[in-house]
Design a protein around this ligand. Structure first.
Ligand SMILES: Cc1cc2nc3c(=O)[nH]c(=O)nc-3n(C[C@H](O)[C@H](O)[C@H](O)COP(=O)(O)O)c2cc1C
Length: 357
């Protein structure tokens, strides 16, 4: 029987359990996108995860969404990750970098550049900037000839990630960021080969994944998807057809895993499970919803055919989450107020469980 605490072979990695730390932006990098000593400590504290997926990391300056997020587009940024990957490995863990190009969810006040997207349609909502939240700006629609360069940015960042000691990368294809904008039918109004039909809307995702596989190998490449999700105002039509077509292309590329969020009805997601022959990570709740991933939702999804389960907030607040799940110790609540404040408070200060003497 598949249990959360049993081992799993993911490509060449032997995971000691099926608990994945979900990617979480924590805005604790330096202003120029360098990883810090605190970040090394934070991830090393959580190295008992079967796999850690880091916070979103920008593969280019124009792809940076929030101030204070780390990058992998300069040599200095790549070098800054070494202490992080070494600390996690020293504690017996494994980690993938999440490559996140924000596309239209960005701001000139953060990057000095006009954000880009599939079409000149702004995101719904306010984006973070160094001076506080501001309305999402109108992005510049990418010219057809520019699109391969953005697909290639994931591959270049992946190469830097692996050279900096990461075990692999996860393309952020979810939550309304660039890949998800291309998948959508209201952020992507293109009439060239990158929009319109299902085949057009999946093309950017497939090209970014193919370029990354070329750069670092399929065993080191995963992708995160949020089928039917509506983050930042994206809307997707033909959700089952869109994701079935995408998974068929990704299966041809033999990606290490697909990481899906429970952003649409369970029967749609279980059909995607059947359509995807490889390793499947499920984040079993609606992101930013009222309910957190927990043991019950994890077991439910393992029963539905997930191979691995990702936990976000529970892992943020419980560095020893795996041990707590193993022993049934209580899961500490998360402090939302310190999600994005910077500094070590609410970052390095969550204790491990103290058993009563
Ligand atoms: C503080 C915070 C930051 C997040 N940042 C990211 C991110 O960078 N990339 C991503 O794919 N998801 C991000 N998420 C979503 C989580 O990965 C996860 O899907 C969500 O928290 C739901 O799972 P949970 O109930 O286990 O927390 C973030 C969530 C939180 C709470």
């Amino acid at each position: 029987m598949t249990t959360l605490l049993s081992g799993y072979r993911l490509g060449s990695l032997a995971l000691p359990n099926r608990v994945v730390m979900a990617p979480m932006t924590r805005v604790r990098a330096t202003a120029d996108g360098l990883a810090t000593a605190s970040m090394a400590t934070y991830y090393a504290q959580r190295a008992t995860a079967g796999l850690i997926v880091t916070e979103g990391v920008q593969p280019s300056l124009v792809g940076q969404s929030n101030p204070g997020t780390p990058g992998l587009h300069t040599d200095e940024q790549a070098a800054s990750w070494w202490p992080v990957t070494e600390a996690v490995h020293a504690n017996g863990g494994r980690l993938f970098a999440q490559l996140m190009h924000g596309g239209r969810v960005s701001h000139p006040a953060t990057t000095g550049l006009q954000p880009v997207g599939p079409s000149a349609v702004p995101a719904v909502g306010e984006v973070f900037t160094p001076t506080g939240p501001q309305p999402a700006p109108v992005p510049r629609a990418l010219e057809t000839h520019e699109i391969p360069e953005h697909a290639a940015s994931y591959a270049l960042a992946a190469r830097r990630a692996v050279d900096a000691g990461f075990d692999g990368v996860e393309l952020h294809g979810a939550n309304g960021y660039l890949i998800s904008q291309f998948l959508s039918s209201n952020a992507n109004l293109r009439t060239d080969g990158y929009g319109g039909s299902v085949a057009g809307r999946i093309r950017f995702a497939v090209e970014a994944a193919a370029a990354t596989v070329d750069a670092v190998g399929a065993a080191r490449t995963g992708i995160r998807l949020s089928p039917g999700g509506t983050f930042w105002g994206v809307r997707e039509t033909e959700v089952p057809e869109l994701y079935t077509a995408l998974l068929a292309e990704l299966a041809r590329l033999e990606l290490a895993y697909v990481h899906i969020e429970a952003t649409t009805d369970e029967p749609v997601l279980t059909a995607l499970r059947r359509a995807w022959p490889g390793a499947l990570i499920v984040n079993p709740v609606m992101p930013m919803g009222p309910k957190q991933a927990d043991r019950a939702t994890a077991d439910h999804w393992l029963g539905l055919g997930a191979d691995l389960i990702s936990f976000g907030r529970a892992f943020l607040a419980n560095p020893d989450l795996v041990e707590r799940l193993r022993t049934g110790a209580p899961i500490a609540p998360v402090d939302e107020a310190t999600f994005y404040t910077g500094g070590d408070n609410g970052y390095l200060t969550y204790p491990t469980y103290q058993h009563a003497a």
